[in-house]
Design a protein around this ligand. Structure first.
Ligand SMILES: [Fe+2]
Ligand SMILES: [Fe+2]
Length: 214
């Protein structure tokens, strides 16, 4: 697992896989209320934990954002919560239901699309994300103070990360969402029109490098 310092208070952790030529990324925003975006699978979380502990020191982890219910996004959540039991998981209602079904009993903050959450360090704006096999409603999140959009499984780049930060154009990224990503034309078009209106400066991919967009 590689640790990449993107900003003074913002880190990416990425690891490759023996099964698929892709990286799996998690992100940590430091501050007085640290936020982790995705845990990775349990094996990835076990590698991630000492890195988080090193960066946080005696500080607690305040929030864990989970965009949708899948092992590479939240497979290690139960394990992580054993170490940071006071961390609040932020997710959609459907994801919360899945987590409860898998025995997660820690505090969950359920957010709906268009809702926000202001922390000491972040202004989070949540966006509807029709995701995975049933197009279950997940969430995407935009951190407005820094202009970072966390894109989960959208805009994926295959292969290893060679350049940690890559330039791109936001409108072209949004246009690249196809029916393979979201197999419902109306849901895809609604998401694309929402995304085009966001003041995005950076895209934190779930799989691939960090994008600087214009
Ligand atoms: Fe996923
Ligand atoms: Fe993913």
């Amino acid at each position: 697992m590689k640790q990449v310092k993107l900003f003074d208070d913002f880190y990416q952790f990425n690891s490759g896989s023996d099964f698929i030529p892709i990286t799996f990324n998690q992100y940590l925003l430091l501050g007085s209320e640290p936020l982790l975006v995705h845990t990775g699978s349990i094996d990835q979380t076990k590698e991630l934990l000492p890195k988080i502990k090193d960066l946080l020191g005696s500080q607690q982890l305040s929030y864990i954002f989970v965009s949708h219910f899948e092992s590479d996004e939240c497979g290690g959540l139960g394990f992580l919560l054993e170490h940071y039991p006071q961390a609040k998981t932020i997710c959609s209602e459907i994801t919360a239901r899945q987590l409860k079904g898998f025995g997660i009993t820690h505090e969950i903050i359920i957010k709906k699309p268009n809702e926000t959450l202001e922390t000491d360090d972040c202004q989070l704006n949540f966006i509807a994300y029709p995701s995975e096999m049933h197009l279950w409603e997940g969430l995407l999140v935009m951190e407005e103070k820094r202009g970072i959009f966390f894109s989960a499984d959208l805009f994926i780049r295959m292969g290893n990360i060679t350049d940690p930060i890559v330039d791109s154009k936001w409108a072209e990224e949004v246009k690249s969402i196809t029916d393979q990503n979201i197999p419902s034309s109306s849901a895809r078009e609604a998401l694309q029109s929402t995304l085009l209106n966001l003041p995005v400066r950076y895209v934190a991919l779930g799989h691939g490098p960090f994008l600087k967009v214009q």
